[in-house]
Design a protein around this ligand. Structure first.
Ligand SMILES: *Cc1c(COP(=O)(O)O)cnc(C)c1O
Length: 395
């Protein structure tokens, strides 16, 4: 059995996205900036790709900027809003403790330039309330950046309501929608979003390509200087094959969003129900305002890394949180933000499903995961101490 349940880290490319890329390697390989026919053909397809992507997101094609992925988009959005803010002496930025490190580390860098960063706490289920944002807004706030859906615990944020508040107060609103794009509905305009980040490899497109959607009239700061590509806001020859793959993957994901979301969340719920039966466990994230494919539990007395290795040996690819955080033994900042104790946060398991996961795979996980946890606990002296009452249980 081989089961891929780590789709929040990255996804397998869809066959149609691969197919959409192929002609641009060896037939339509022109540089879109070249004036000859081969180049202009590539340019035309690039223009169309921008329009197709805009269609999926409820924005204008002029608002789509291609980047190398979610991290770059987050960096450019935040740095641009900060630059505009500092010009009118507004150096207060509102974000949240559970953001991706592409956001958090960019904000940390801005601190050195005199920006004041306010990270809102998240509730027990990992959600920000619009009221929290409204209360935090000051005269000198230049940006609110709140992710659309959390990559570890899958909690979906009230983006439209936050956007409306920011729009009323004329404050830029950026959302890292990397986990949302292609998975749940997004409407850039109707949700009052000013800037939105997405990344193709999270919705069955290629790695190393993404987009930053920017409301017309907002001047971006270049992170990469060069030619006039992306309306002068990002130098470098466009990654035409990857852009074509991204457009195809996003169109396909959005076309099948309803049925896939229904199918996947049914499997998610089966797993959540089964894993909740394991004693001394807790579900992380909101039970209902949750990405269709996300399952995240803490199991007391379990060391996350050992659990992952044993599951891997049984053919299950899972994660203990974000891929960027694993490798480091620090417990996830997201789980700590939910109020999980250090020891509990160490015993996390994230399963993230896609439409490719079969019912047989789900049932195999339902059977295997409790066995592996039992096995690990029975070999742990820490667990023995808890069972004998020497050490209290948290959960
Ligand atoms: C994956 C991810 C990113 C980073 O995207 P890359 O394209 O890998 O740079 C940023 N934010 C969130 C929420 C993510 O899940």
């Amino acid at each position: 059995m081989f089961i891929y349940a780590d789709n929040a880290s990255t996804t397998k490319m869809s066959p149609s996205a691969i197919e959409a890329m192929l002609p641009y390697f060896d037939r339509s390989y022109g540089n879109p900036s070249s004036l000859h026919n081969l180049g202009q053909e590539a340019m035309e397809d690039l223009v169309k790709a921008r329009e197709r992507i805009a269609q999926c997101l409820g924005c204008h094609s002029k608002e789509v900027y291609f980047t190398s992925g979610g991290s770059e988009s987050d960096n450019q959005a935040i740095i641009s809003a900060a630059r505009i803010g500092s010009k009118c002496n507004k150096r207060h930025i509102i974000s949240a403790v559970f953001e991706h490190h592409a956001v958090l580390n960019t904000l940390n860098k801005l601190k050195l330039d005199g920006f004041e960063i306010e990270l809102l706490p998240v509730g027990e289920t990992g959600r920000i309330s619009p009221q929290q944002v409204e209360d935090a807004i000051r005269q000198d706030t230049c940006l609110v950046t709140i992710m659309y859906a959390n990559n570890e615990i899958g909690s979906i944020q009230p983006v439209g309501d936050i956007g409306r508040i920011c729009r009323e107060k004329s404050i830029f609103f950026h959302t890292d929608a990397v986990q949302a794009a292609g998975h749940i509905p997004i409407d850039f305009n109707k949700q009052y979003i000013d800037m939105l980040s997405l990344s193709a490899h999270k919705f069955h497109g290629p790695k190393g390509i993404g987009a930053l959607i920017v409301k017309q009239g907002i001047p971006l700061v270049n992170l990469i200087e060069g030619g006039a590509q992306e309306r002068g806001r990002r130098g470098g020859t466009e990654n035409v094959p990857a852009i074509m793959g991204m457009a195809a993957a996003l169109e396909e994901s959005c076309k099948h969003m309803k049925e896939n979301s229904w199918k996947i969340s049914e499997k998610r719920d089966r797993l959540i129900e089964a894993l909740a039966q394991i004693p001394h466990s807790v579900l992380n994230g909101d039970r209902f305002e949750r990405l269709p494919g996300n399952i995240n539990f803490c199991f007391e007395g379990i060391e996350g890394e050992s659990l992952l290795l044993l599951l891997d040996a049984k053919g299950i690819c899972a994660s203990s949180g974000s891929a960027c955080a694993s490798g480091a033994l620090d417990p996830s900042h997201v789980l700590l933000a939910l109020g999980r104790q250090q020891e509990i946060a160490q015993g996390a398991l994230r399963l993230s499903l896609s439409a490719d996961n079969t019912i047989e795979e789900i049932e195999y996980m339902v059977k295997t995961i409790p066995q592996v946890i039992n096995d690990l606990r029975s070999r742990s002296s820490r667990w023995e101490d808890k069972m004998s009452g020497k050490v209290p249980f948290y959960l």
